[in-house]
Write a new protein. Structure first.
Length: 100
């Protein structure tokens, strides 16, 4: 059986990689993938603690987080496609306003 501390360490590593990607990278696709890493690290924590406490609330909440992440990706990719078509820019620094 894998101890809870290993799940916490894995989740912490994924969260740090995701946070570094959001803060340091300027490519919008990399920033979106980094946000997904952060959300997945939270899901690992939720499911691990739920399993070790023998309670389904964490796993149910994790399903809601996955659903919200899917909706976030759909909206963000739609915005990204509109930006690339209009401005041909995928760097965060080049995009200043959202008005069309």
């Amino acid at each position: 059986m894998v101890p809870l501390s290993w799940y916490i360490i894995l989740s912490s590593i994924l969260f740090i990689i995701g946070a570094a990607g959001v803060l340091l990278r300027r490519n919008i696709l990399v920033v979106l993938m980094s946000i997904e890493l952060i959300l997945n690290s939270v899901n690992i924590n939720l499911v691990a603690f739920s399993y070790f406490h023998q309670d389904l609330k964490g796993q149910i909440f994790s399903i809601f987080v996955i659903t919200i992440a899917a909706a976030e990706v759909a909206v963000a990719l739609g915005i990204l496609i509109a930006l690339v078509r209009n401005k041909s820019a995928i760097n965060v620094d080049e995009i200043q306003t959202m008005k069309g």
